[in-house]
Design a protein around this ligand. Sequence first.
Ligand SMILES: Cc1ncc(COP(=O)(O)O)c(C=O)c1O
Length: 337
Amino acid sequence: MLASRHLTNAGVCVLQLESKLEAYLRVPYFGLCANGTLALQIGLHVAGLAGKEVVTTPFSYVATLSALLWERCSVVFADIDEETLCLDPASVSGRITPRTAGLVPVHIYGNICDVEALSAVAGQNGLRILYDAAQSFGSLFAGRSLLDFGDYAACSFHATKVFHTVEGGGLVMRVRKDRDAFSLLRACGHYGDTHVRPGLNAKLSEPHAAMGLCLLERAADNIAGREKVSRMYDDLLPPERLRRPALRPGLTYNYAYYPVIFDSETLLLRVQERLNRENIFPRRYFYPALNTLPYLDKRQSCPVAESLAPRVLCLPLYAELEEKTAARIARIIRQEL
Ligand SMILES: Cc1ncc(COP(=O)(O)O)c(C=O)c1O
């Protein structure tokens, strides 16, 4: 990459990583861009959803919502399923209006949404589905990558993800026309001197893509390491006091997160404070529920998400986490329960 002196603008590493990802994920078209938030924003344009009414989840990282608001979508929240923490298709159905143009569900923690039910709702109402699959790389359902579901799927290759390019992201598309629109939108809307439409500078640089080419080969090892740590937590934590989100049968999980659900926020805060005192920093993914954010125009009620968001904590999880550290974390949690 350095020898070619081609450091950005669809260089050899970006092109190579795109075709490797298409093969790895077994998807028709994969376009890389600077991060997952921009993948969502460009995805909204490619899908024709920018500026339209869209139904989404209140239980996600805030980028899902901010991408929609930045693209001037009118955001309707549906509630989540108590067990999987993904969008509840029955709630989605109830919140569709004559103006709804699309759905933006999130495969939360790399768990899979009820893709069949959501696609039935979309089919009955003429909606497009853009999945926020930011956390789903490496998860498979019935042998198929989660990124291969929906009309479009946006993913993140942020450094915290199971496969990453430090910063980065991309969009899965099904037809060449969308792939071309994506390429144009991520590069200021022009090819050479031909200016087609307004766009963004959302290109992935060559150093980022080179990082991805190095790490793609290690993605499976990384997932296996995370699985080992997750199984240690499973053995060490009491399931009767700490509920886990239900993974759907048929899912091969990517072990992207280890969320635990406490009975109360008070208990969560006590455990978090004690862990912090011991220099252990679990994250409140995802808190608060997005429908409660102060900058929204109006409050939409999502009781399940509002009850769960204050009670979920994600424990430290990375492939190199040592057995003795996992045991120490679990011991501290058990003492506080
Ligand atoms: C569910 C979800 N959506 C969107 C994003 C945004 O991705 P990025 O940080 O690459 O912009 C993330 C990243 O953490 C995410 O977890």
